[in-house]
Design a protein around this ligand. Structure first.
Ligand code: GLN
Length: 483
């Protein structure tokens, strides 16, 4: 049963081949048995899962239907879940039980999805390897010595290891697409504003966006359908109708214009990944797509701009964790300053502290113009590059990551080396555009992803291209050994 996709689960439940409770119990048993190898869960919510599964079975018995009714999923542990620990991968929030559900969580629960647990993640979603979690590193099911990518590494590893058919995740600079690529999954970062951020613990508010991680584009369509939509509680949520993502999955790719940015294929890209990207282009050409070379001239400035803007916003967002109102408080503070200093010093890990310091520095008087303002200008140039490119093409294609999943620990002494792994993903966050990563092959047994980007609100087009590609390839159906 654990091999079933969300779409297959929906059919099995509708045909009464199994109940949601049977499926949920089977997956919970698998989590208990196999998760110790990969550490993909921070909390397993067994009681909640069983009660939600029974409720979904009762709704179906009463005549209700729906693709997510009774579907088991997991939530990245930065979505607030009422009365359940929401740790954000940090000691700071180890004891935090959210008083309410995030909009994404409540929308999916209303659709009948069953929450099996909260997945591991880089602390406060800062990272590309899932090594910075207070709860320990997550391991890549394709090779347990390698990272699964981050920051949504727990969601990715759990889905890749067939512990869950799908999970929610968030992407500030690549945290859905990059782990999708490194674990052979399909992951979609929606347009900024498409999915409510209410109840998501904020990292960098102008970049954060929630989306689905699953094995197929078809499943991402189902999960996104349950997540997307206007939310008056999020002031950056956009009031645009949500299309039927499943309805456009099979649309023809005849004449689809795919742009390949020449900047994507230079030094720094593993040539074996470049070859697999070119092979995916050939498949899409066979399906009728037309290839054009394009240019994104400001791409080289994206990492420096992102690593000013994201820490700046983080330093502001994380100032609320002060030992007074939320989370961890140090033992016996001597005065208020000591309380702040030690609570934050003991509660946050080293990467989070580094980001807070960089961000506070970039925002400080005298440096604001030199760093933060410059970064915002670059952000606009990057957006303009995309707008110009999308005059000529319908989607942009390239690698999701420049390298394969690296060995756990290999980049621990060099944070910038890890930042460079985001080179292909962060531009979409800076511009607010939707992006998808899909499995496109393996090198030395490690997965490779291809990234597709589209204009604002064209998530349906990304899912369509990925679905058609998945009809003629089988990378997405392969499971890691032992799982
Ligand atoms: N790796 C990037 C960072 O550390 C992106 C993380 C994310 O998307 N949450 O900021």
């Amino acid at each position: 049963m654990h091999q079933l996709t969300l779409a297959e689960i929906a059919r099995g439940l509708a045909d009464k081949k199994f109940s949601s409770e049977e499926l949920t119990r089977a997956l919970l048993a698998r989590i208990n048995q196999l998760d110790p190898q990969i550490n993909s869960f921070i909390s397993v919510t067994e009681d909640l899962a069983i009660s939600q599964a029974r409720a979904a079975d009762a709704r179906r018995a009463a005549g209700e239907s729906g693709a997510l009714l009774g579907a088991p999923i997991g939530h990245k542990d930065l979505f607030c879940t009422q009365d359940i620990r929401t740790s954000c991968g940090s000691k700071m929030l180890d004891n935090f039980k959210a008083p309410y559900d995030a909009t994404v969580v409540s929308k999916l629960a209303d659709a009948g999805a069953v929450t099996l647990g909260k997945t591991n993640m880089d602390e406060f979603a800062m990272g590309s390897a899932n090594e910075s979690s207070y709860y320990g590193a997550v391991k890549n099911p394709w090779n347990l010595e390698h990272v699964p990518g981050g920051s949504s590494g727990g969601s990715a590893a759990a889905v890749a290891a067939r512990l869950l058919p799908a999970a929610t995740a968030t992407d500030t600079g690549g945290s859905i697409r990059q782990p999708a690529a490194l674990t052979s999954l399909t992951g979609l970062k929606p347009t900024y504003g498409r999915v409510s951020r209410w109840g998501m613990i904020a990292y960098a508010s102008s970049l954060d966006q929630a989306g689905p991680l699953a094995r197929t584009a078809e499943d991402c369509a189902l999960l996104l359908q349950g997540m997307a939509g206007f939310d008056a509680k999020d002031s950056t949520s956009i009031d645009e109708p949500v299309p039927d993502y499943s309805a456009s999955l099979n649309a023809s790719l005849q004449g689809l214009r795919i742009g390949l940015p020449k900047e994507y294929f230079g030094a720094g890209l593993d040539p074996r990944i470049a070859d697999l990207v070119q092979a995916s282009v050939k498949e899409l050409e066979k399906l009728g797509a037309v290839i054009k070379e394009i240019s994104l001239p400001n791409m080289q400035h994206a990492i420096p701009a992102y690593y000013v803007i994201a820490p700046a916003e983080a330093s502001s967002n994380l100032s609320r964790f002060d030992g007074v109102r939320f989370g961890y408080r140090c033992e016996s503070p001597v005065d208020l300053t000591d309380l702040y200093k030690r609570s934050r010093g003991e509660g946050f890990g080293p990467e989070v502290q580094r980001r807070i310091m960089v961000g506070a520095y970039a925002l400080s008087a005298g440096y604001y113009d030199a760093y933060y303002l410059q970064a915002q200008k670059i952000r606009r140039l990057i957006k303009n590059d995309f707008m110009a490119a999308f005059n000529d093409v319908d989607v942009i294609l390239g690698p999701t990551t420049p390298n394969l999943a690296w060995k756990i620990g290999a980049k621990n002494n060099d944070p910038v080396a890890e930042y460079l792994e985001d080179v292909y993903t962060i531009t979409a966050n800076l511009a607010g555009l939707p992006g998808l990563s899909m499995p496109a092959g393996f090198v030395d047994g490690l997965p490779v992803g291809v990234q597709l980007l589209a204009p604002y609100f064209h998530e349906g087009r990304l899912l369509n291209v990925a679905h058609r590609y998945q009809q003629v390839t089988d990378w997405h159906t392969r499971a890691p050994n032992g799982f």
